[in-house]
Design a protein around this ligand. Sequence first.
Ligand code: ADP
Length: 327
Amino acid sequence: MNNIRKIGVFTSGGDSPGMNAAIRSVVRTCAYLKVECIGIYRGYQGMIEGDFKPMGARSVNNIINKGGTILKSARCQEFRTKEGRQKAYDNLIAAGIDAFVVIGGDGSFTGAMIFNQEFDFPVIGIPGTIDNDIFGTTFTLGFDTALNTVVEAIDKIRDTASSHNRLFFVEVMGRDVGHIALNAGVGAGAEEILIPEENLGRERLLESLKRSKESGKSSSIVIVAEGDKTGKNIFELKDYVEDNFPDYDVRVSVLGHMQRGGSPSCYDRVLASRMGVKAVESLLEGKTNLMVGIQDNEIILTPINKAIKGHTKIDKELIRVSDIMSI
Ligand code: ADP
């Protein structure tokens, strides 16, 4: 044990389901280990403004099942400046906070790493993002819930698609990575999955759709990750397919921010609980500048700079499975 007596916790950047479960875990682990816990509202913005509130074990009752984040999240330009970070540091010191747990994505971790280097302040990260794009963990908090949300939405779209012999393009989140598209696409039985990591071209998409029509399919679902480059955007892709393949009535559905909301899945709640415990225990063991992750069902630690700089790879095996399933 070192001399950490008070730990701050906050959520930052894009929100994701499971953040509340992680806050709960950090707060309760602190209570269990008899260290004080302080909730910092609105991420780095609240740190700069000194928006702090002590949190005891009972302050996180009934939040494990809630989407969003009770501590609110924010993007904060001022924290990108040295002056902003100095204000944040002064507030933390004035409140007697010795270390913090940041729940967020790679932007939030970059901020934490810079802060750690400047002030030698102990920090540990918990990866909270639906995109699953953080190196050092097989799953980020919120990814599993987002997959379930997407699959449920596509199941509904499938009902209307098959009633009208329609082809649906469904856009899901993922500006740089196709993890949501690929996993939800396989889970929802999509005909084609278009992801940023692979650009097979518009002609091949057309061929595949023609082939499936000839094989007797009367409706199809194509999942498109936001960052996919097959078309300029999903609407342009729809026009291209309609122009070249008039047999289908083509529709577009953009799922948007609904993917970030909702009650977290059991998997995300358990993951959040495990990660929160590890984060607090690690700080108390004198560890810092690390991110908590999960690999082979073990909770592990990765240096934050590696988590930020590393790249997550798309699951090639899943691409193969998807190709076989769409015969
Ligand atoms: P996410 O954590 O979801 O990736 P952002 O990229 O918006 O979200 O980052 C969240 C916040 O982290 C930013 O609003 C900013 O306050 C802080 N941050 C991000 N990058 C830096 C940086 N290079 N230096 C300092 N703070 C940063």
